[in-house]
Ligand binder design. Sequence first.
Ligand code: CMP
Length: 141
Amino acid sequence: ALERTFSIVKPDAVAKNVIGEIYSRFEKNGLKVVASKMLRLSREQAEGFYAEHKGRPFFPALIEFMTSGPVMVQVLEGENAVLKNRELMGATNPQEAEAGTIRADFAESIDANAVHGSDAPESAAREIAYFFAASDICDRA
Ligand code: CMP
């Protein structure tokens, strides 16, 4: 089914200047960017976005990292977009990510892992709404 998913190019990948290379992976694999912006997350924004991880040992480092520099946030649209994007990203830990995935090619560590992507259609809807108004999303179908 035609789906939308939410994606972040994280501070490490923005700092490496590989936004375009990561967008190319999306585009070459049937995902269209239907909304996009650069911003620097406030602590409040990062903590709210990752609220499900609050209390996990890695939470403070995650918030520190995600607020360390600008990110790109985008909505991707395509057939099975949620799963497709997760396949393109590879495993959360780049050491475990398959060759040719975004994290294998651009990420350094489980914290600085280049990209975030929604893990299910329900979280995609919530994450999209966290950063974008419905009127920010363009119809390209
Ligand atoms: P992300 O998909 O953005 O969701 C939460 C992030 O926490 C994850 O990617 C990783 O960058 C980071 N993280 C650090 N340690 C862990 C861990 N042990 N398990 C899951 N995520 C982790």
